[in-house]
Design a protein around this ligand. Sequence first.
Ligand SMILES: Cc1ncc(COP(=O)(O)O)c(C=O)c1O
Length: 365
Amino acid sequence: MTLPRPVLTPETFAQSSRAWRRDHHRNYLVMYSSVWQAFSTTPELWALPPDDHMAHRGDGVFESFKIVGGRAYCLEEHLERLRNSAAALSIALPHDFGDTLPLLKAAWHLGGIDDFTCRICVSRGPGSFTVNPYDSTGPEYYMVTLRLGRPAPDAYERGVSIRTAPFPAKSEFAGIKSCDYLHNVLVKKFAKDFGADYAVSFDSEGFLTECPTENIAVVTKSGELLAPTWNRILRGVTLSRVMDLAGGLVRAGTLKTVLNEDIHRDRLWDVMGEAFLTTTSFDVMPVTEWDGRPVGSGRPGPVARELLRLVAEEYASDGPHTTWLKDWPEGLWRKATPQAAPRAGSRSKRVRPASRTGAAGRRNP
Ligand SMILES: Cc1ncc(COP(=O)(O)O)c(C=O)c1O
């Protein structure tokens, strides 16, 4: 019998995968997998076991954070949310989780650039294709780094348009950053299909929640910054920082107050003076159009502009919310690259995580 396609062997697998290299792979830098206990800088070879429950049931949790100029922003806050998401699904943290910082430093070194996004997934793990979490052999850890994507600079000058999604928000699971993003996908699809930049959901009680991968906040005409209460949304790391930083605007008299307070759709247009989205990738983005109507003056508002400036200032500084990746601990570095000193932009095939006791999230060691 002639097979329609060849059967791969370990020897032909790499060659065959190489033929699959695509343009988008150019943005992919490094993958670490606890399954391999190794890194890869060859994106076409990156893989998850298909029986990992994260792959076939969305049974896993993830985080995405950015590294700008060699500093990871809000690393500890993201790892804390990952711990909480995993705990909410009763997924034990795999051993590699404790090595996150050395793994990240190694990925930075292998990737050879200082501005990138890091995505960490903790999965239920492989073992059968059932929905039963007890069928898994135990959690796995995957880290991927990607070139940092930024919106076009004029997006901040124009602001973005949003549209109200026709179906209710994600409900009681919104606070868990799980790999089940089907609802978010459909909201995003709705936005694209209807020509808006983003779409936003209200919940079944009519309260404002969030966008598929962005939080939203409103500045009222009387100067209150209002964000939905945390139990209705994913507790955004960016939104949390923005609300903290907005405290300075209250002290300066620009804002009256900063609050988590739910806004009902019936009251939205009466109170809204300004609105903006927050998320790791673009920080703070002014909303200038909502369901075809101008928000405020129809131009980016002053509060969003100032908060964007404050966040960018924070991740370019050496404060408590940034972690230098360049401060490679002496011993670890020597084991990883015996012949070289750490250097941005350098590449080594020899790096491997040498420490099993690294403190994830340690700041500016
Ligand atoms: C559902 C959802 N809400 C909000 C956000 C923004 O969170 P953060 O500011 O932590 O990136 C994200 C990020 O991906 C998200 O997926």
